[in-house]
Design a binder for this molecule. Structure first.
Ligand SMILES: *Cc1c(COP(=O)(O)O)cnc(C)c1O
Length: 458
């Protein structure tokens, strides 16, 4: 018989999981204004809020921490990280930052000005925040298939080349800050972008003289999907695929808290020394001197090691396999979720789960609250609440997809935990007709409201 795919690691240290009663959770979520970000971690049993910074570091990463060099300038940890980044991405120049949004802040301080357009494939929420904060506009050019929760497309994160070229053709290049391609496309459901799509986008970027930047948080998972799904890549190493992806870009922003499996960190990669020089000034103001930029030496060491571990095929295969395991369990129970399954998360389709709750009552958030109350599983709404209001009209935006994301931390939970999660959601699914009403907003911040919003049950 064919041998199963196993995790290429074993467990050396364990951490307690907290259990609670349904009654306790009902009180806690009420005290948290029905915002799952307000819960204490002890009030959560299985935490699938995010895969960001929640991964388990390896023994090699922890030992690299002991060798950290904390010199202010020119630390050996900086050079170690520089070498790893050059090796894995091919970029000659880089700046460390404390996390991914800090990398966006520094790079966009150079590239994005008021009135600009930033076309791309469903920009990440902080990315959009940084663009809109500068009074520029993020233009979504993702393929239409991405908005269809059931169509099977191997690369649903792709950029629609026609939409992109139309925008580039009808606007002066000075008005386009850059083209921003996010791999994998988190907002569209952790969906990958194909190599041939990246190549096409590169052609347009050269033709119209606009820089191409890759938002790279899950670049290794993207590379793994290319290896598994795209013709001509089955026999290629993940790192060769990654280098080819980055070869089409002028730069990258990275949240190291995802595929580099560290708890904190980020960086910017540059091909061009001039852009690196301009960004360095902002790095010094916002982050720290250019050889540490918001990171400790020890953390740069762990990151350098994590970049190698995160690009191991056996690890990536077992991870993508675990995500699909949860997806197929839910499917077995008849629970609607986004397909094909993403690289880091399962996205439950709240519109089909709670079709009787109107969009204005936020069915995604309503479902996330129910899943938490049922079994202490914390996911996150990716729908109208997160989409926030239009910056000009201030009206609520209602994106095509209304979802609850269950993001799986790297190397943290077992398949038994996934069985538990699936059972919790099944119980909610079986009583879905008793969930009669959604929620309403009591208070919201001017932008990025979902992090701090206060809600009330209707
Ligand atoms: C997480 C993430 C960011 C922001 O990174 P942080 O480290 O959370 O600041 C940006 N883009 C994408 C695609 C991400 O997943």
């Amino acid at each position: 018989m064919e041998l199963p795919i196993i995790e290429p690691f074993k467990i050396k240290m364990v951490e307690n999981i907290y259990s609670s009663t349904k009654e306790q959770r009902e009180n806690w979520i009420k005290d948290a204004s029905f915002n799952l970000f307000n819960l204490k971690s002890e009030q959560v049993c299985i935490d699938l809020l995010t895969d960001s910074g929640t991964g388990a570091m390896s023994d090699k990463q922890w030992s690299a921490i002991m060798l950290g060099d904390e010199s202010y300038a020119g630390a050996s940890s900086y050079y170690k990280l520089k070498e790893a980044i050059k090796d894995i991405t091919g970029f000659d120049f880089f700046l460390p930052t404390h996390q991914g949004r800090a990398a966006e802040n520094v790079l966009f301080s150079v590239l994005v000005k008021e009135g600009d357009l930033v076309p791309g494939n469903s920009h990440f929420d902080t990315t959009k925040g940084h663009i809109e904060f500068r009074k520029a506009t993020a233009v979504d050019c993702t393929i239409d298939d991405a908005a269809d929760p059931i169509s099977w497309h191997p690369f649903k994160g792709n950029v629609d080349i026609k939409k992109l070229e139309n925008l580039l053709k009808t606007n002066p290049s000075e008005k386009i800050s850059c083209i921003l391609v996010t791999i994998t496309n988190n907002t569209a459901g952790g969906q990958p972008v194909s190599m041939s799509n990246l190549r096409e986008v590169r052609k347009l970027s050269l033709k119209y003289g606009v820089k191409l930047i890759i938002d790279s948080a899950r670049f290794a998972e993207n590379a793994c999907f290319i290896k598994l799904r795209e013709e001509g890549y089955a026999d290629k190493e993940i790192r060769d695929i990654a280098r080819e992806m980055f070869s089409y870009a002028d730069g990258m922003t990275m949240s190291s808290k995802k595929d580099a499996i560290v708890n904190m960190g980020g960086f910017i990669g540059f091909r061009d020394e001039e852009l690196f020089r301009q960004a360095s000034t902002y790095n010094i103001i916002y982050e720290g001197f250019i050889t540490y930029g918001g990171m400790s030496g020890r953390d740069m060491n762990a990151l350098a090691q994590g970049l190698y571990e995160g690009t191991e095929f056996l690890y990536l295969k077992s991870r993508i396999n675990q995500v699909a395991y949860l997806g197929s369990k839910l499917k077995e129970y008849g629970i609607p979720s986004l397909e094909p399954y993403g690289g880091h998360a399962i996205f439950i389709d709240a519109k089909r789960f709670l079709p009787h709750i109107p969009r204005e009552e936020f069915p995604g958030q309503t479902l996330a609250i129910e899943i938490y109350t049922e079994g202490g599983v914390r996911g996150v709404e990716i729908g109208a609440l997160m989409a926030d209001r239009d910056p000009v009209t201030r009206q609520n935006r209602f994106p095509e997809l209304e979802m609850v994301r269950l993001a799986i931390p790297r190397r943290v939970y077992t398949d038994n935990h996934m069985d538990y999660v699936a059972a919790v959601i099944r119980n909610v699914f079986e009583r879905r007709n008793q969930i009669k009403k959604g929620i309403k907003i009591n208070w919201e911040a001017p932008i990025m409201r979902h992090f701090t919003v206060r809600l009330e049950k209707l």
